[in-house]
Design a protein around this ligand. Structure first.
Ligand SMILES: Nc1ncnc2c1ncn2[C@@H]1O[C@H](COP(=O)(O)OP(=O)(O)OP(=O)(O)O)[C@@H](O)[C@H]1O
Ligand SMILES: [Mg+2]
Length: 222
């Protein structure tokens, strides 16, 4: 499956396990692009649309009760379908750099790695929902789940889901990256924020056909 990529704009996605530093790097990349006068849209999945917020509420609200795994996967897919169509594609059509915190790979890693649903089925649903729109670049922040950059409280949540599950999810992220290395940047999440941000900015500017500033890290907010 090769998917499709838009001819205008640049779709950049951040993926990786819980607490690896995705949102931190999303924010730094957007700040760096902004400082260079490059139009960008910061967004996330699931939930960053009006319908998405309602879908997210259904998934998270305890009043929902038990959700059948297929129903949960379809709700995530519905969120993606609406987000791509109403948020991501219009911004790409306007020529922006769309920086998205989690995308299809997260759905595959979390809905597919639990061994309840068939991974191939989950991928077909996710690709159909997104009309097979692929990122120009996926930044995968990789670290062993034991070493995720989380607080103690978050660690409890991670452990609650089971170490096996998080290892399978990590392996799946890495397999997806290995499938299409030219569209992935896999980085060790434990590097310093500034070093990671500089490497990500360099790759993004390269894709935009611009050279990185000589001291990109110096442009970052502390
Ligand atoms: N390179 C880094 N080195 C050390 N700490 C970091 C680094 N990047 C982020 N952090 C810290 O790690 C914690 C998690 O970061 P962040 O919220 O960006 O992760 P995330 O992947 O978005 O998490 P989640 O999956 O929960 O959304 C934060 O306290 C953040 O300040
Ligand atoms: Mg985050």
């Amino acid at each position: 499956m090769s998917g499709r990529r838009t001819p205008t704009g640049l779709f950049v996605v951040f993926e990786g396990g819980d607490g690896v530093g995705k949102s931190t790097q999303v924010e730094l990349l957007c700040a760096n692009l902004d400082a260079l006068g490059i139009a960008q849209l910061r967004t996330y999945e699931p939930g960053d649309s009006e319908a998405g917020r309602q879908i997210r509420r259904i998934v998270l609200d305890p009043a929902t009760g038990d959700l059948a795994p297929r129903a949960e996967a379809l709700l995530y897919a519905a969120d993606k379908a609406h987000h791509v169509s109403s948020v991501v594609l219009p911004a790409l059509a306007a020529g922006k750099v769309v920086v998205c915190d989690r995308y299809v790979d997260s759905m595959l890693a979390y809905q597919g790695a639990g061994r309840v649903l068939d991974l191939g089925d989950v991928e077909r649903v996710a690709r159909w929902a997104t009309d097979d729109l692929r990122p120009h670049l996926t930044v995968l922040l990789d670290v062993h789940p034991d070493q995720a950059l989380t607080t103690i409280a978050d660690k409890d949540r991670l452990e609650a889901a089971g170490a096996d599950f998080h290892e399978r999810a990590r392996n799946l992220f890495l397999q997806l990256a290995a499938r299409e290395p030219e569209h992935y940047l896999v980085l060790p999440a434990r590097e310093s924020r500034q070093d990671l941000a500089a490497r990500i900015l360099e790759r993004v500017l390269g894709l935009l056909g611009r050279r990185a500033p000589s001291d990109p890290a110096g442009r970052l907010s502390p």
